[in-house]
Design a protein around this ligand. Structure first.
Ligand code: C5P
Length: 246
């Protein structure tokens, strides 16, 4: 179950990120690199981790015309990332182009294609904020619609808040990856930081999460390895809907 834990390397520098990865390697399933670290330290940071055998989720949320997104995803696949994401709002053609680029690039390098997943509605968006953008349907309906669109485009899954996970799992079935941040409480630190709608690691997996993105409860702990281990242990007995088991 430790493979389900993806640690958000939300730190300033390459040195800090590599130190954390060295500490946590073997205790977790992979590392998430977001736009902050990527913009500061660049692709060599990603390549260093993939060359060390780490699974890297490159969280850059591409959203552009299909050709641009496809070439960006191809570049990510070239770095050897394990997972990359795009915005479902970019539409089916964009998502399909992303998937094809991931598979084509991986095939030319003789390695497995990265998982391509979609962001549905950013969890920072409220119903009112969504309405301002011209989307007047219920926020959860919009999330489910975009998740279904991602599935139709043959993407591998979506990023979802804990409170959306169960509905997406019910709608999209087993085998569709759901990556869930906002993990707090239970075996993870209870401090909410800036997260509002949180769920414990065990509850998130029971709701259908395939992977948990965990940042501060692990990287901010006095002993990050022990914190990760405690979370992994708490998942041991949870029914796993992501794999189709109950
Ligand atoms: O420290 P914490 O566990 O809150 O970190 C969660 C990570 O997941 C951060 O990198 C954050 O940007 C990301 N994330 C999130 N909520 C989303 C999407 C991504 O917290 N809806």
């Amino acid at each position: 179950m430790k493979d389900k834990i993806l640690v958000a390397l939300d730190v300033e520098t390459r040195d800090e990120a590599l130190r954390l990865a060295d500490t946590l390697r073997g205790s977790v399933g992979g590392f998430k690199i977001g736009s902050r670290l990527f913009t500061a330290e660049g692709p060599s940071m990603v390549r260093t981790l993939t060359e060390r055998g780490d699974r890297v989720f490159l969280d850059l949320k591409f959203h552009d015309i299909p050709n641009t997104v496809a070439t960006a995803v191809a570049a990510a696949a070239g770095l050897g990332v394990w997972m990359v994401n795009v915005h479902a709002g970019g539409g089916t053609a964009m998502m399909r182009a992303a998937r094809e680029a991931a598979h084509e690039t991986a095939a030319t390098r003789n390695r497995p294609a990265p998982l391509v997943i979609a962001v549905t509605v950013l969890t920072s968006m409220s119903q009112a904020a969504l309405r301002e953008t011209g989307v007047v349907i219920d926020l959860m309906d919009h999330v489910l619609r975009l998740a279904e669109l991602a599935k139709e485009a043959e993407l591998d899954g979506v990023v979802a808040s804990p409170r959306e996970t169960a509905s997406i799992r019910a709608r999209c079935g087993a085998g569709f990856a759901i990556v869930t941040p906002g993990i707090r409480g239970g075996a993870a630190a209870a401090t909410k930081d800036d997260q509002e709608r949180t769920m414990s690691p065990a509850d998130a997996v029971a709701a259908g999460a395939s992977y948990l993105v965990v940042g501060r409860p692990i990287i901010g702990a006095s002993d990050p390895r022990e914190a990760a281990q405690r979370i992994a242990d708490s998942l041991g007995s949870v029914a796993d809907k992501a794999e189709g088991r109950r």
